[in-house]
Design a protein around this ligand. Structure first.
Ligand SMILES: [Zn+2]
Length: 117
C-alpha cells in the first residue's frame, strides 16, 4: 500500500491533517501542535485496512465499472446510473470511535479517469 492511500484524520486540537501509517499502525503519531495520538485497538486497524482495501478494489475494478449500471425506480421513472458515476461520488470518509472520541478518517483516492473508447 502506498503512502498516498493512507487514511488521515484531523487533529482534535489544531485541525491539521495527520496521516496514519497502516503498515506501522502502533507507532505514535505526533502532530505539529504537540498533540500525540496512539492507536492500540486492533479492531480499529482491521476496519481501516478493510476500508483501504475497498478503495483499492474500486480502483482495480474501474475497467468493468464503465459497463455496469444500477437501475433505480423513482416513481414511474426508471433511471439507470452507471456504477462508475456512483463510485466517483463515493464518500471516502470513515467515522470511527477511538477511546470514546469520534474520529473521522479520510481516504484520498484518485478520481476514476475517463477511458477513451
Ligand atoms: Zn495538532
Amino acid at each position: 500500500m502506498t503512502k498516498e492511500n493512507s487514511p488521515q484524520f484531523e487533529c482534535h486540537s489544531c485541525k491539521n491533517p495527520i496521516k496514519v501509517n497502516l503498515s506501522n499502525f502502533e507507532e505514535t503519531l505526533n502532530c505539529r501542535c504537540g498533540q500525540e495520538y496512539q492507536f492500540k485497538d486492533p479492531s480499529l486497524k482491521r476496519q481501516l485496512m478493510k476500508f483501504a482495501a475497498l478503495c483499492e478494489a474500486i480502483k482495480d475494478a474501474e475497467e468493468i465499472l464503465s459497463d455496469t449500471q444500477v437501475g433505480i425506480d423513482i416513481g414511474e421513472h426508471h433511471v439507470e446510473i452507471p456504477y462508475k458515476l456512483l463510485l466517483t461520488r463515493l464518500n471516502t470518509t470513515l467515522d470511527l470511535s477511538v477511546g470514546g472520541k469520534p474520529i473521522r478518517f479520510t481516504f484520498r483516492i484518485e478520481p476514476l479517469t475517463e477511458e477513451p473508447k
